[in-house]
Structure formats: C-alpha cells, structure tokens
Design a protein around this ligand. Structure first.
Ligand SMILES: Nc1nc2c(ncn2[C@@H]2O[C@H](COP(=O)(O)OP(=O)(O)OP(=O)(O)O)[C@@H](O)[C@H]2O)c(=O)[nH]1
Ligand SMILES: [Mg+2]
Length: 391
C-alpha cells in the first residue's frame, strides 16, 4: 500500500516524522511520499526525519509563522487560500505510483483540524486515489473548545474522505503520565499500526512467501464508503516457541516432532492473536458489532504465519461484526522478532466518544454564542440609548 502521507499541523507532523523514523530504522526500503504542512515555523523546524524540502509553511502573511492558536476556522481559511501551493507540491512529487493519500492531523487544534478537511476536499475532487485521514481526537480534559474544533472538523471531513480513521487521545492517555507526556507513546502506537497497513500488498523480502497475500485493492475495498474506522492491534514474541533445551538439537530433529500438532498450535495462536487485536484497546473504542467491514493483517517471521489460523480468525470476525466482508492476509518479514496482528474495523457507527463530542460541541457553541451576546449587549449599554443605530 503506497501512501502519500501528509502531516497537517503539529500532531500530524510529529506522527509523520515518527513514521519515517520507524521505516528508516527497520530499513524497510518502502518509499513513502511525504509532506508536512503547518502554520507554525518552529513546529516544522522541530521535525527530524521529514526532508526539509517536504516541509511547507503556510499562512505566513496572516500568522507570521506562529500557528493559528486553535482557531480552526482560521486554519481552514489559510488552507483554502494556499491550496494551490499545497496541491502543486503534491503534484511535483508525483501521484502516479501511489495507492492512496493519508492525511494525519490532530482534530482539536487549529491548523490540522481546519486544514485537513480543505485538503481532503481538493484531493478527492482532483484524484481518483482514495483519501484517508487519521484524525486524533482531543482528550476530554482539553476542554470544550477542542471538542468543538474536533466536531467541526469531523463533520467536514466526513463529507470528503473515503475513510476517517480515528484515534482517541482520551482513551490512550497512559497511566501516571500527563497527556503531553503520553503523546510520544500514543504516536508510537499509531505508527506501529500504520506501518503494518503500509505493508499490505507490498513486495516481500527476497526468498519469502506469504501464506495469504492481500493487495492494496483489498485494503481500499475495506475502507470504502466514507465512514469512521478504528484499528486494533496485538503482538506476541515470535521467539516464545524457541524455549528449547540448552543443548541445541540439529534442526532436522526438531522437524520430527509431531508436525500436525505443531501446525494446529500455530493456527490457534494466530487466531487468538487476531482475537486479542479485535477485542483489545482500539484506536477509538467502539462497539465492534457495529462495523460494516473488516481487514485482518498479520506480519511476522514466515514460520509463524499460518493460513489456517487466518481462515479461522476471519470466520470468527465475520460473526462479530455487522457485515460479512472480512478480508485477511499476511506479510512475512525477518525484520522483527514479533508476530503482529492488525484488525481494521471499517465504518463503525456505535462510537460513544463521538456521540459525547457532538454533545460537548453543541454546548461549547451555545456557550460561545452566549458570551458573545453578553459582550455585545454590555458594549452597547455603554452608549446612550438615545443614539440611533445606522442599520
Ligand atoms: N496523539 C497526539 N496528539 C497530539 C500531539 N500533539 C498534539 N496533539 C493533540 O492535537 C490537538 C492539537 O492539535 P495540534 O496538532 O497541536 O494543533 P495544530 O494543528 O498545530 O494547530 P495550532 O497549533 O492551533 O495552529 C490536541 O487535541 C492535542 O491533544 C501528539 O504528538 N500526539
Ligand atoms: Mg500548532
């Protein structure tokens, strides 16, 4: 799955940066086209892995490189005004060999929250490739303005994206850490998931064959329809099974040990790993029974992958979700000691946090209007009532 990844705003930029660092560290050789867009110069300068030429500062004449200070209407306005700059940067990097666009943004702030929908709109109109957004929801403790921003952004995004993958900062805050301190860890969790998604349909390392290959068209088919998705993930150490006696037995001797039992064991392990991914903490908690479609991806050393296990997991997941479309595939790799399972639950509808956000946003809007009304009334009260207004 070849993504054109665009990090919009600070959170988006940081996650993109970590994604690139992760790919470099693994030496994955996967080429990813990237852009980091922001209204804040220091945020862009703080990135370490996004190439300098891929960093775009917008809104310079309006906010002088200082960010929009959580005003997402201003964020959207700046993005609209400078959309040509952004689109030509995308065009220059070429889109002929990409499978999809992936915009990453924090939805509670200003730049990414306002800019991502504007960009999604234009990309969806101009290109046939699907447009996905990874949207980070604010934690409740960040206050109502963030909720209002997120709700506004989400409503606009859902008009244009092929899929909105949500991550809830509130659900992911780590025990004993402040929200800010949690960001680095949350970002790691997001990147781990995106890295597996990016492997779907990509060529495997030399000499390796997957048990069940999945291609990018299948990912695209799962994510079609413009809804909200959530991602589950679980890993297990692949070396677990190798707790063999200290005296090393020749390899062929190990092979002689009840091969059928070993195979069954492998299948069960894969199936339970997938189950753990689907039932564990999702990027946004939701009722998995409300999902329309799902995608299972398992990555790890080839001897731990198993077709029967995947089939089993697929059947199980088909029973869990509302729809019946479950796709499954695996990706063999020697670059990790872990077997990881990714479960994408597409077009989920029962998401308590989204409902809560909508409520909070309505309240915030009413409060803001109330404050504005009071201010206008107070200001007018300064004047003598005898002065007639002009209009
Ligand atoms: N997961 C995660 N969330 C973040 C991170 N940084 C900020 N956020 C969240 O994103 C929202 C703020 O978005 P930012 O990306 O900081 O804002 P921005 O797009 O740069 O917009 P302005 O700063 O207002 O111009 C808040 O809800 C934060 O909780 C991060 O590194 N990781
Ligand atoms: Mg910022």
């Amino acid at each position: 799955m070849k993504f054109f990844v665009i990090g919009f705003g600070q959170a988006g930029g940081k996650i993109l940066d970590l994604f690139l660092e992760n790919e470099k560290m693994r030496g994955s050789g996967i080429t990813i086209k990237t852009l980091a867009i922001n209204t804040a110069r220091t945020d862009l300068m703080g990135l370490k892995h996004v190439p300098m030429r891929d960093r775009i500062l917008i809104g310079q004449t309006v906010v002088k490189g200082h960010g929009v200070g959580t005003d997402n209407r201003l964020g959207a306005k700046i993005a609209r005004e400078e959309i040509e700059t952004i689109l030509s940067a995308i065009d220059e990097r070429g889109t002929h060999d990409i499978d999809a666009f992936l915009i990453i943004a924090g939805l509670g702030g200003g730049t990414g929250s306002g800019g991502a929908p504007v960009l999604a709109k234009h990309l969806s109109e101009m290109y046939s490739e699907p447009v996905y957004v990874v949207g980070i929801l604010p934690a409740p403790e960040e206050g109502k303005l963030y909720s209002l921003n997120a709700a506004r952004s989400m409503v606009s995004l859902l008009k244009y994206v092929d899929n909105l993958i949500l991550v809830d900062n509130g659900a992911w805050k780590f025990e004993g850490l402040s929200l800010k301190e949690s960001f680095a860890k949350i970002n790691e969790e997001i990147v781990k998931r995106l890295a597996i998604l990016a492997r779907a349909g990509e060529p495997v390392e030399e000499g390796m064959i997957g048990e069940m290959v999945i291609d990018s068209a299948e990912v695209i088919n799962t994510l079609r329809g413009g809804g909200i998705s959530t991602i589950g993930y679980a890993t297990t150490l692949a070396e677990e099974k190798k707790k063999t006696p200290k005296i090393k037995l020749p390899f062929f001797k190990k092979e002689e040990k009840e091969p059928n039992l070993m195979e069954d064991d492998k299948a069960t392990k894969i199936a339970s790993l997938v189950r753990r991914a689907a039932l564990g903490r999702l990027t946004i908690p939701c009722n998995i029974r409300s999902a329309e479609r799902a995608l299972i991806l398992v990555a790890g050393p080839p001897e731990y992958l198993d077709r029967k296990g995947l089939e089993k997991a697929k059947l199980w997941l088909e029973e869990q979700i509302a729809g019946v479309e479950v796709r499954a595939g695996d990706y063999p790799t020697r670059r990790t000691k872990y077997v990881a399972a990714l479960v994408v639950l597409a077009n989920v509808t029962d998401i308590p946090r989204v409902k809560q956000l909508q409520r909070l946003a309505v309240e915030a809007k009413e409060e803001i209007e109330e404050v504005e009304k009071e201010r206008i009334e107070k200001t007018l009260a300064i004047f003598d009532e005898d002065i007639e207004p002009l209009v």
